[in-house]
Design a protein around this ligand. Structure first.
Ligand SMILES: Cc1cc2nc3c(=O)[nH]c(=O)nc-3n(C[C@H](O)[C@H](O)[C@H](O)COP(=O)(O)OP(=O)(O)OC[C@H]3O[C@@H](n4cnc5c(N)ncnc54)[C@H](O)[C@@H]3O)c2cc1C
Ligand code: FES
Length: 283
């Protein structure tokens, strides 16, 4: 648990970055608590809004000196549309940081960062930590189309080992991020793969990374309601260190998981061998 704060945060900047929007928030006390992988939950629509649920966004950057955090937001539906109508100087109700962070890489390690679209947002700060510790980093950044890639230039400023994929071939290799993954792991001798994107991608990344002998750590984007561990809307079947499978809340026990512990094929179900499944009426 990241010891979140709830504050009224001033929007310092809201700007278009390709297909996305970057929102910079003044968040006193929050930035110093943020570790790569944490997320923020923003209220939308004001006090009288029918949109009761907060919207979750990975924290892209946190600057403890400036007391700011930034988010990369894609317009998805009513809530994000409303949020993106805000202007610099407006305030937003923010709870952050939330969830678990990616495990901090020990010593000098070689890590590959794999993301789809805005999924790259939480990965850059971690890549910088890896490099600062004497390790090295590579990236595979993908999207359906070139305009939905995020952070390609930022990645290239960190490392020459950057591959780009698009489903339609409008940028980089035609295909998904998993296409060049096995070769990329071999090419840089990656010990760990950190990924963020849709569940199907995270599952495939974990399978390939594991087959290549690398660790796999994923930030899942499971639909959330409360974001703080109360409603159980975000549960995933995960195998614990004791070998027992449980439904765990991706908002508090995640969103960052060891990918080999998530039962990807059982997501959205209650497997019969799950701890407590019988009590839930599953035979
Ligand atoms: C841990 C986490 C990190 C995320 N990071 C980012 C990010 O960095 N940038 C970004 O643009 N988006 C991110 N998302 C997705 C973002 O939360 C949804 O796009 C947003 O909630 C959609 O709200 P909406 O009202 O515009 O869309 P609607 O579809 O109208 O949303 C309706 C409801 O469904 C839920 N919902 C809809 N889509 C998603 C989704 N893909 N994931 C989870 N909940 C969803 C919302 O919470 C909301 O309650 C993240 C989600 C999670 C869980
Ligand atoms: S979203 Fe409510 S418990 Fe996770």
């Amino acid at each position: 648990m990241a010891h979140p704060l709830q504050i009224r945060a001033e929007i310092l900047e809201i700007s278009q970055v390709g297909a996305y929007h970057r929102m910079v928030l003044r968040a006193p006390g929050v930035a110093a608590r943020v570790r790569p992988g944490h997320f923020a939950a923003l209220a939308v629509g004001g006090a009288d809004s029918a949109m009761l649920l907060r919207r979750a966004f990975s924290i892209h950057r946190a600057d403890p000196d400036a007391e700011t955090i930034s988010l990369i937001i894609a317009e998805a539906g009513r809530g994000t549309r409303e949020l993106l109508r805000a202007r610099a100087g407006d305030t937003v109700d923010l709870v952050a940081p939330l969830g678990t962070a990616f495990p901090h890489p020990a010593g000098a390690t070689t890590a590959l960062f794999v993301a789809a679209g805005y999924g790259s947002a939480p990965l850059f700060a971690l890549a910088e930590q890896v490099i600062a510790q004497g390790g090295s980093a590579g990236f595979i950044l993908g999207a359906p189309t070139a305009d939905r890639l995020y952070g390609v230039e930022a990645a290239r400023q960190l490392t020459p080992d950057v591959l780009v994929t698009t489903d339609d071939g409008s940028g980089g290799i035609k295909g998904q991020v998993t296409l060049p993954l096995a070769e990329a792991i071999k090419a840089i001798s990656a010990e760990a793969v950190y990924s963020c994107g849709p569940m199907g991608m995270l599952r495939a990344v974990t399978e390939i990374a594991t087959a290549e002998g690398a660790r796999s750590f994923c930030a899942v984007e499971q639909a959330m309601a409360c974001g703080v561990g109360v409603c159980m809307a975000c549960v995933l079947p995960v195998v614990g260190e004791d070998g027992v499978s449980r439904l765990v809340r991706s908002c508090v026990e995640g969103p960052c998981f060891d990918g080999t512990r998530v039962r990807w094929t059982d997501v959205g179900t209650i497997p019969a061998d799950l701890h407590g499944a019988a009590a839930m009426g599953v035979r």
